[in-house]
Design a protein around this ligand. Sequence first.
Ligand SMILES: [Zn+2]
Length: 126
Amino acid sequence: MASRCNAMRRDGQPCAAAARPSGYCFYHDPAFAEQRAQGRRLGGYARSNAARIHKNTPPELQDVLVQLMQALDETYGGQLEPRVAGAMATLCRAIVRVYELGELAMRVQALEERDESDEAYPRTHP
Ligand SMILES: [Zn+2]
């Protein structure tokens, strides 16, 4: 069994991630501080875009988006197990799929209704 990281998580529990030869996992290894700082900058960039994305997200999916953004932060910070985050991502994909099918069904219905009214008022050209 691989040894565990020597660091404590932000919630005070010992980090459960597998240790690298340094005795720390990637997220706690002092040698990776620069990469982590870059990751946080990218995270900040993602959050600054979140408001804009939020506006363009259908209202039904906004809760999903907020939860995903939070899970991303928590996974990166070690508070959420990647296994749980993976399960969340799978469920979110399923939710989005159902939403897409619903939207598609609405569009098809709208097209069919338009076709029916076209028959009542035939077009002058094909
Ligand atoms: Zn760690």
